[in-house]
Design a protein. Sequence first.
Length: 336
Amino acid sequence: MGETEEEIIGVILLNLGGPDSLQAVRPFLYNLFSDREIIRLGPLFLQKPVAWLISFFRSKKTKRLYSLIGGKSPILNITMAQAKALEGALNSSLSLQSLHPPFIKGGRGVFKVYVGMRYWHPFIDEVVPEMHRSGIKRIVALNMYPQYSHATTGSSMSRFKKVLSQYPMEVFFITSWFNHPLYIEALVDVIKRGLEGWGDVHVLFSAHNLPETLIKEGDPYVEQINGTIKEITKRLNIQWHLSYQSKSGPVKWLEPSTEEMLKRFAEKGFKNILLVPISFVSDHIETLYEIDILYKGLASRLGLALKRVDSLNTHPLFIGALKDIIMKGLKEKGWI
């Protein structure tokens, strides 16, 4: 193959992030609650002072919770593993001749996948300059939140755009993929595995909670959560309900909560509950502590047997979904 201009297409996986040590818990919480796009803490001028107070008073309890799951969030390690698997999948499947113009010489990979976090290292603010220094001129920005919300995807995209405005790089945004067929198949696979060996089982889809005001203002999160479940139930004949977990802060949240739903199940005489964390694509405190410790303990006290499906993490079908989403985006952009 003749020598051509060498250029790498950058892919950045945008995610929430999490504390990488117990010492990082308080500043992580401060960064999280300072984001007005997630939660509005009174008038604008009070957002950061109130965020400081919340992080100060919550940090001791939150450190204790993280100490129960290894002393840190696993989300960075998992997202980095997802990035590595995705980079390999993209580079192994792509015909170099299909790029316009041809981007590479010597048969080396075309794609480099990065991870940018919103509230802890590696911050989006750190990763975009690194991509620029590496000579990347074209970026695919993929949010790791399947269902769009202004509080998650919107916040990450807003920060990414602000940082990117300082650099001469072209970008293609992928903001929602809640019903992508391979993503759905990956969820169906882990649910099927969770159902194995059980007789009468009730499936509880547990989504990350959001302030109710966001939905009333037109946020499509709940609609897309239901869209994901609709696609799953086309493929699986299951009894199911939807609930919400992980609320924090002095506002009205979506209902019913997962705790409340477990209590209702016990009252109805249900016995076996398979919990599917529907809005999460990797393990972190919400799965490893909130579900595996808190909810399992509650279920046991209520006389319920509760099991959680495996998180997608680096599930081959899930990595295949991310690859397909990116490749279709590149075609739409005209880059291949």
